[in-house]
Design a protein around this ligand. Structure first.
Ligand SMILES: [Zn+2]
Length: 317
C-alpha cells in the first residue's frame, strides 16, 4: 500500500469497526466483535492496540506470536505483533502493532483489511469471548465503547462514558492516592530547611533586588511540588502545612538576612533573638519588600499546590 492507500484503508477500518475519535489523544477507540481497539495514524504510521479482556496471550510474547495462525496465514509477519508492558509485567490480554510506512508498503489492501478479523480469531484461540458482557464502570449495561481512564482501557456503556467524562471535565474525579505521612513529614522538614538555607543564603550575597523578589516565589513552587511527589498524593491538610512551612522558611531566611545586615552595619555580633526582634519590630513593617517576599512565597505555595492537584486529576477519553 502507498501512503495514500494506507490512509484510506485506515479510515475504512475506523468506520468499519465503529471506533470513536478521542480529542485529547487524537486516537480512535471502540469495541469490535468483543475486542477493544485503539488505533491511530501519526505521520504515515499506523499504531494498533488490541485488547481482549478474557484472553491470556503471555505465552505468545516469547514465541513472537507464532500461535496467531490467522494473522500468520494471511501473510502478515507475526513478529510485528508485540506484547504490552504494564506496571506489573506484561498485560496478559493486550497486543500492539506498529505499521511503519515501510511495513505498510509490504502489505496489500486485503491483508490490512483482514487484520482486525484475523487478530480477533487468534485472540479467540487464546480465550477471548465473542462479546464483553459488562460495562467496566456500572457493571450492568452491555459496553459499546472503549473508555480511557488515565491511559487504562475500560470497556464502557455510553451512559457511563458521558457521566464519567462530565465528572472529569469539572475536576470532580481525582486520583485519590492517600498522603503517605511517613514520607510527607520528612519532606516538609527537609524541604523547609533547604528553602531557608537557599533563601537566607541568597540574602548573604549581593543579588539584584529584582531577582531577590522572585526567589521566594519559585522556591515555593519547587518546595510544594517536591512535597507532593514525596507524599505520593495531596490533601487539604498537606497543602495547608506546606503553605505554613513556606511562610516559616521565608521568615527564617529573612531573619538570617536581617542579622547579617545589622552585623555589617554596626560591626558587632547580633544574637538570633535580637535579630528576630529587629526583624519583626522594625524591618517587617518598614520595608515593603519584606511583605513582597512573604506574598511571593505564599503565591508560589498556592500555585505549586494547584499544579500538584492538577497532576492528580483523572483524565478520561
Ligand atoms: Zn456503564
Amino acid at each position: 500500500m502507498t501512503a495514500a492507500e494506507a490512509k484510506a484503508a485506515f479510515e475504512d477500518l475506523v468506520s468499519r469497526c465503529g471506533l470513536r475519535y478521542t480529542e485529547r489523544t487524537r486516537r480512535y477507540v471502540g469495541i469490535y466483535e468483543g475486542v477493544c481497539f485503539d488505533v491511530a495514524l501519526f505521520q504515515q504510521c499506523i499504531q494498533l492496540n488490541a485488547i481482549a479482556p478474557a484472553a491470556v496471550i503471555n505465552s505468545q510474547i516469547l514465541e513472537d506470536f507464532s500461535g496467531f495462525t490467522h494473522v500468520k496465514n494471511s501473510g502478515v509477519p507475526t513478529t510485528w505483533i508485540r506484547g504490552v508492558r504494564g506496571e506489573t509485567g506484561n498485560h496478559p490480554n493486550q497486543v500492539e502493532m506498529e505499521l511503519t510506512p515501510q511495513r505498510l508498503e509490504r502489505l496489500t489492501e486485503k491483508q490490512f483489511f483482514d487484520l482486525p478479523t484475523n487478530l480477533i480469531q487468534d485472540f479467540r484461540a487464546f480465550g477471548a469471548e465473542p462479546t464483553i458482557p459488562h460495562c467496566g464502570v456500572c457493571g450492568t449495561a452491555v459496553p459499546n465503547t472503549l473508555m480511557m481512564i488515565d491511559n487504562h482501557y475500560v470497556p464502557a456503556c455510553e451512559n457511563c462514558l458521558a457521566r464519567v467524562r462530565d465528572e472529569a471535565a469539572v475536576g470532580e474525579l481525582q486520583d485519590t492516592a492517600p498522603v503517605q505521612w511517613t514520607y510527607a513529614v520528612p519532606a516538609l522538614l527537609v524541604g523547609a530547611s533547604l528553602y531557608t538555607l537557599l533563601w537566607g543564603g541568597m540574602q548573604q550575597i549581593a543579588i539584584p533586588a529584582k531577582l531577590l523578589l522572585v526567589g521566594p516565589f519559585f522556591a515555593a513552587i519547587m518546595f510544594s511540588v517536591a512535597v507532593v511527589s514525596f507524599a505520593g498524593g495531596t490533601s487539604f491538610l498537606l497543602r495547608m502545612l506546606t503553605a505554613a512551612a513556606t511562610v516559616a522558611a521565608v521568615l527564617a531566611g529573612n531573619i538570617w538576612g536581617t542579622r547579617t545586615l545589622v552585623e555589617k552595619q554596626f560591626q558587632e555580633l547580633v544574637s538570633w533573638e535580637e535579630a528576630t526582634r529587629i526583624y519583626f519590630e522594625l524591618r517587617l513593617f518598614q520595608h515593603q519588600q519584606e511583605g513582597y517576599f512573604l506574598i511571593g512565597g505564599l503565591a508560589g505555595a498556592w500555585l505549586g499546590s494547584r499544579m500538584a492537584k492538577e497532576a492528580t486529576r483523572v483524565r478520561v477519553d
